[in-house]
Design a protein around this ligand. Structure first.
Ligand code: SDX
Length: 433
């Protein structure tokens, strides 16, 4: 980040007081106006509900251009990474800023694959949940509880402790997600295999049983690996901002990631992938699509087209395009190329993208529109979709958390407000009200 010679002049037309606001530039993307001194000099807070126009930090991890539909991890276009890389290599890139050498990759892969087991005591922790608990409720609880088990390396000022906690989380999330599924099915937990790949292991722990191994096909493992790669990070979205805000108080990384999981669960955010399947099942057949498009445009109707629209992308979400292509591969391999749900989704997309409302509002399919169709084809129930998203996004969350802790500008997050409540008034005893 660099200060420019440019400034913006802010003048109070009542008092005539004014100040120069410094303009700061990054590598690429919009410049920012530094408003940190506005309150001190002019007595005003800035106001931006939902932070749609506010930069909360500087970051080197992910760049998004919503108008152009661009997504880059550490400068590498998502299309190139999806084509040529894999989730663990991208995880290393997001965490450390550079693509690994073979030796660095092998060491990272070994470390991640050899920390997948949970402390056996945690297994009993699962048993406190109802069998029909939503997997995201279980993920929130179990991940938050990890700090009760892994408190041997929690000095967050120590880079090695931060690395250990980060690797533990990345390693253990697939195990926790798979155990949450098994618990919901009343099936015994299946333990990780250290010689399996990251997503291959998740499929194994989810669908194998002690009575029968699960044959993970290359297409499935590759498709899930690519989905995880695409979900790994996404700049300062709601759940990542939640992790940063929680971490800014010095909270331990397990508690911060649990907070991120909670935020991601919302249907406006990562919960949308499950909501898309619910919506498609509710629409049922193509002839019902116009009715639902009409509802989505009616502001008096709370119904929204799930998997459509984005706070940043006002163009096609580049991830959605790549996921749609993976849909064909997985469904073809499973002999489901005529999957009615995929056909319905494609028709819904076609109609929506021709509709003036969606065009004028720049509403395109986002990352959640097609991902659920692949997850479902692999055998995951819709309730597991966001747990899979959380597992993949843990890499981004923990990288952003680590970046925040090492940012010299970082301080505890403490937004202000525009107070619109009651002015000062005196207490009246209850018999006088
Ligand atoms: C993710 O931020 C990230 O990076 C998130 C994410 C990541 O990787 O971390 O990309 C993952 O969360 C993707 C988004 C998944 N959510 C959904 O698919 C849920 C459906 N989408 C909407 O709820 C909505 O589009 C949001 C929440 C995603 C974005 O909301 P915004 O930017 O706050 O937009 P808005 O609610 O102010 O809507 C602007 C206009 C409104 O109409 P007007 O009042 O201006 O006339 O667009 C309309 C909205 O009614 N609109 C929709 C719509 N989304 C917005 N109308 C119908 N269907 C929709 N899906």
């Amino acid at each position: 980040m660099s200060a420019t010679t440019r400034t913006l002049t802010l003048t109070d037309n009542e008092t005539g007081k004014s100040m120069e606001l410094p303009v700061l530039s990054g590598t690429i993307g919009p410049d920012v106006v530094d408003v940190r001194k506005v309150y001190g000099e002019l007595g005003y807070f800035t106001y931006d509900p939902g932070y749609g126009s506010t930069g909360s930090c500087s970051s080197k991890i992910t760049y998004i251009d919503g108008e152009e539909g661009i997504l880059q991890y550490r400068g590498y276009p998502i299309q190139q990474l999806a084509e040529s890389s894999n989730f663990l290599e991208v995880a290393y890139l997001i965490l450390w800023g550079e693509l690994p050498t073979q030796a660095e990759y092998d060491k990272f892969q070994y470390s991640i694959s050899h920390h997948t087991l949970l402390n056996e005591q945690i297994i009993t922790f699962f048993r406190g949940f109802r069998r029909d608990s939503h997997p995201m409720a279980v993920m929130c609880g179990v991940v938050g509880a990890l700090s009760a088990f892994y408190h041997d390396h929690l000095d967050m000022s120590d880079p090695e402790d931060r690395r250990i906690a980060s690797y533990r989380l990345i390693s253990k999330m697939p195990t926790i997600a798979a155990h949450a599924y098994k618990y919901s099915q009343g099936q015994p937990f299946v333990y990780p295999k250290n010689d399996y790949g990251y997503t291959e292991n998740l499929l194994h722990m989810t669908f194998a049983t002690p009575c029968e191994d699960y044959k993970v096909t290359k297409v499935q493992a590759k498709a899930l690996d690519r989905l995880f790669l695409l979900h790994a990070d996404h700049e300062q979205n709601a759940s990542t901002s939640t992790v940063r805000l929680a971490g800014s108080s010095g909270a331990n990384p397990f508690a911060c990631i649990a907070a991120g999981i909670a935020s991601l669960w919302g249907p406006a955010h990562g919960g949308a992938n499950e909501a898309v399947l619910t919506m498609l099942n509710e629409i049922g057949t193509k002839d019902h699509i116009p009715e639902y498009i009409k509802r989505a445009k009616d502001h008096d109707d709370p119904f929204r087209l799930m998997g459509f629209g984005h706070r940043v992308y006002k163009n096609y979400d580049p991830r959605a395009k790549i996921i749609q292509e993976s849909c064909y591969e997985v469904l073809d391999e499973l002999g489901m190329h005529d999957d009615p749900l995929l056909q319905l989704a494609m028709e819904l997309e076609r109609i929506a993208l021709e509709d003036d409302y969606f065009i004028s509002h720049k509403l395109y399919p986002n990352v959640d529109f097609y991902s659920g169709i692949i997850y479902r084809a692999m055998g995951f129930p819709p309730s597991m979709f966001t747990a899979l998203f959380a597992t993949a996004r843990t890499v981004g969350w923990i990288a952003q958390w680590g970046e925040m802790l090492t940012d010299p500008e970082a301080r505890i997050g403490r937004p202000r407000q525009l107070f619109t409540g009651a002015a000062e008034r005196n207490y009246t005893p209850i018999d006088k009200r």
